[in-house]
Design a protein around this ligand. Sequence first.
Ligand SMILES: *Cc1c(COP(=O)(O)O)cnc(C)c1O
Length: 387
Amino acid sequence: MERIYLDYAATTPCDPQVLKAMEPYFTEKFGNPSSIHSFGQEAKKGIEDARQNLSDFLGAKPEEIVFTSGGTESNNFAIFGAASALEKKGNHIITSVIEHHAITEPCKALEKRGFSVTYVKVDKNGLVDPCDVKKAITDKTILISIMHANNEIGVIEPIAEIGKIAKERGIVLHTDAVQTVGHIPVNVNELSVDCLSLSAHKFYGPKGVGALYIRKGTRVNRFLLGGDQEKGRRASTHNVSGIVGMGKAIELAGDKMKEEADFQSGLRDKLIKGLTEKIDRSYLNGHPARRLPNNANISFEYIEGESILLNLDMLGIAASTGSACTSSSLEPSHVLLAIGLRPENAHGSVRLTLGRWTKQKDVDYVIEVLPGIVDKLRQMSPLYEKK
Ligand SMILES: *Cc1c(COP(=O)(O)O)cnc(C)c1O
């Protein structure tokens, strides 16, 4: 059976060109980049080239990039690092109700240590209102962290507007850009952000490697203590092959991004239209236009998203209900609840995310088989009465 992968927001396969770029760094170019000898220096060259590629993509300076083990570490680093550096200035943080757990969990941990956190709401489309951020600011606010695009519903947040507000008030602004880097333009100056998290495995790079952009002059304390790698900002021997792969992945993304976004958004719209027209009592979650080119998150009333996933999986189609990180929990998605869905409808949602190798016929196949699956499940659902 041919398998169809429609879960690119959870992770992406490595591009073969990325893998090829990485390979020498496992074997002949195996040196420790902190070593002075030629083995070390050739590994260091690989890292510095990747740093250049990333900073080119972001409109940043190479020295503003700190390599990490991925999006989760970058988010923890930004939140804990800024909080501890600025603790004397204030203890108030502003974030949103739809952040990834890698933001909300560090925020909750800080609340236990005496910080206060404001979680700004979103509207029914999933958008943060910059005015709400502005209103939440107090003279104790030291950090604002709002995600660039949401991983479940794909909504792109108005970071540039929030950036203007943060800049005016001299408050550090962090954004979790794990879902946008490599997929849509992300420029740290246009967004006016001071810190930005990204992760390679979301843009056809390897897993376990990412970066935190830290604008020059922004105070962010070290999160991982040990050696003085990354100019003392992040200890531990570099994941050289991973960093090289990420550098290749961002270079490829820069070349292909516009074309891929156009193609995928066409397929995405076809998918949304096809499913919501063919299936009654189904609707798109998240803003219809301000969304990632590859994201379709759809609710089907009266049935469970998990049952849909199992049925799709039997036909070789891989999708998800929201976030991969919460797929083992029975709690409905905090993002879908935040946009006003009733818990039972939040449970009946499926996220289909397209990517580099998605074909027209894959989308056609989903549109062909999903209505039948929904129909079958509704016949078994005590909640459903056909009108
Ligand atoms: C995937 C993801 C993360 C976590 O990144 P990892 O590299 O898997 O740790 C954080 N934030 C968002 C929005 C994500 O989609």
